[in-house]
Design a binder for this molecule. Structure first.
Ligand code: FAD
Ligand code: AMP
Length: 479
């Protein structure tokens, strides 16, 4: 007889494992099928995020930033660090340790919550049955009351830039270089390309980023994108826009990258090349043709606002469905779906999902950009304030960037907050909380912010919406 579960989750990334834990916490008999095998050859939970995404990339960003600071940033504080040396294998080992702790932690949580971790491949069949094929042994069929598809995404490959050993790599390979490449090429100036390019640039690589579009980071508020680009340039990261890669060749242990821009055909020789041209939903062999699940026109699993597919009792969450490819979005969808299955009424506010780029300075935003609201035709007002005029930023020698607030002209409600600057990834959460509670800029103007703090820049940007910023030399007050 087939084993039966209240909930079977396919995929153990931040979407799937959170859904499984929540479902079990709500009293449902739950299994989580995951097929990932890590670089040591062992099954590991946590998906892209914990194994080859968010966590390892941030580990390397933190290590490389410390090295860069020791080399370039200490002197201004009077600290002499003359023999700073980088041991890349040690840095990678530290990163691997962090990944192991995270993935083992997820396994421990599933166990503690009574979730069965099934190691192998899952496939949705018709009638909410799931075929489970373990890494070793025969396939079995599970009966599921509900199924949550959480298979995540995979890197998009470029036929003209095929991956090659450790020389032409996607995100996973870019986290494993054993030495600092003298010259590094990155195809794609998206979030992943800029973060991974930053890691190796801080360690001494000469980095060239080749981006097909003329518009840098089109999803980011233009003013913020401009400021980041200026800062990346100052760090010697050469971002070439309107440049499309047309081919790559391996020549004498180097990679020759051919691309075209407004001046015609160009080429560039690099030691390593990272291909970071986006990710696509991973739906390979995930459901049978008669399962009733459909894809949308962009290849995502078609779901409604509540992540329900067209088959009652079958849901899909995370990178495999529409919306931003972000770990926290996947997690919240997983939690929401488990609660819906348990009969709770719940929903996600998709207008309040923060995004972060962990470059230096960091970029973080939530809500509408100025370009979006302008094109909507709605009346709006903005306030900006620079970190340059903030005492805490000055004390930390981190004065690049600003906070920009966008509010409804009539109601004063905060509609978007855009930050480029120190700790942007943390400050943005204050904006998320404010927006979730429907705050106006006046609400934030009237709150008391701790001094000296970087968050005071958010406060002053809200004050600036009405021309009331205190630490501003602008003499004309709007009101
Ligand atoms: P995934 O994490 O991709 O997990 C899916 C899991 O399902 C995998 O383990 C996969 O092996 C398994 N699977 C797939 N098909 C099957 C099947 N048929 N049977 C069994 N198992 C299956 N996001 C952020 O929010 N912040 C960041 O800082 C950030 N940094 C990133 C850095 C990099 C370099 C990359 C590549 C991504 C980054 N992301 C970041 C994105 C983030 O990793 C993803 O949005 C997130 O992992 C999506 O979660 P998920 O659960 O949908 O899928
Ligand atoms: P993202 O999807 O945000 O990770 O960004 C990937 C980036 O890669 C996008 O900005 C694309 O424009 C860019 N891109 C895709 N194909 C190419 C190519 N052949 N040459 C250069 N850039 C590319």
């Amino acid at each position: 007889m087939a084993k039966s579960y209240d909930v079977v989750v396919i995929g153990g990334g931040p979407g799937g494992y959170a859904a499984a834990i929540k479902a079990a916490q709500l009293g449902m008999k739950t299994a989580c099928i995951d097929m990932y095998i890590n670089k040591d050859g062992n099954p590991a939970l946590g998906g892209t995020c914990a194994n080859v995404g968010c966590i390892p990339s941030k580990a390397l960003l933190d290590s490389s930033w410390k090295y860069h600071e020791a080399k370039e940033g200490f002197a201004i504080h009077g600290i002499e660090a003359k023999t700073v040396k980088m041991n890349v294998p040690e840095m990678i080992k530290r990163k691997d340790g962090i990944v192991k702790k995270q993935t083992d932690g997820v396994a421990m949580l599933l166990k503690a919550n009574g979730v069965d971790w099934l190691q192998g491949r899952g496939k949705l069949l018709s009638g909410k049955q799931v075929e489970f094929t373990p890494h070793e042994g025969d396939a079995e069929t599970l009966d599921a009351g509900n199924v949550i598809l959480a298979a995540g995404s995979e890197p998009i490959s470029l036929p003209m830039a095929p991956l090659h050993e450790d020389m032409v790599v996607a995100n996973a390979g870019a986290l494993e270089f054993t030495e600092v490449p003298k010259k590094l090429g990155v195809i794609g100036a998206g979030i992943i390309g800029l973060e991974l390019g930053s890691v190796w640039s801080r360690l001494g690589s000469e980095v060239v980023v080749i981006e097909a579009m003329d518009n840098f980071l089109p999803m980011v508020d233009r003013q913020v994108g401009k400021e980041l680009l200026k800062n990346l340039k100052a760090q010697n990261i050469d971002v070439q826009l309107s440049a499309r890669v047309t081919g790559t060749k391996i020549e004498k242990n180097k990679v020759k990258v051919e691309y075209s821009n407004a001046d015609g055909d160009q080429s560039l020789v690099v030691d390593k090349l990272i291909v970071a041209v986006g990710r696509r939903p991973y739906t390979e062999d995930l459901f049978s043709a008669d399962s009733g699940v459909n894809l949308d026109e962009r290849g995502f699993i078609f779901v409604n606002h509540s992540c329900a597919t067209e088959v009652p009792g079958v849901y899909a969450i995370g990178d495999i469905v529409r919306g931003p490819a972000l770990a926290h979005k996947a997690t919240e969808e997983g939690v929401m779906v488990a609660e819906i299955i348990a009969g709770h009424h719940t929903a996600i506010n998709y207008d309040c999902i923060p995004s972060v780029i962990y470059t230096h300075p960091e970029v973080a935003w939530v809500g509408v950009t100025e370009e979006q609201i302008k094109s909507s035709g709605d009346a709006y007002k903005t306030g900006t304030f620079a970190f340059m005029a903030n005492g805490r930023a000055a004390a930390a020698n981190e004065t690049a960037g600003f906070v920009k607030v966008i509010a409804d002209e009539e109601t004063d409600r905060v509609l978007g907050v855009h930050i480029v600057g120190p700790q942007a990834s943390e400050i943005i959460m204050q904006a998320v909380i404010a927006m979730e509670f429907g705050a106006s800029t006046e609400d934030l103007q009237m709150m008391v912010f701790a001094h000296p703090g970087l968050s005071e820049v958010l406060h002053e940007a809200c004050l600036d919406v009405d021309g009331k910023a205190i630490h501003s030399a602008k003499r004309k007050r709007k009101k």
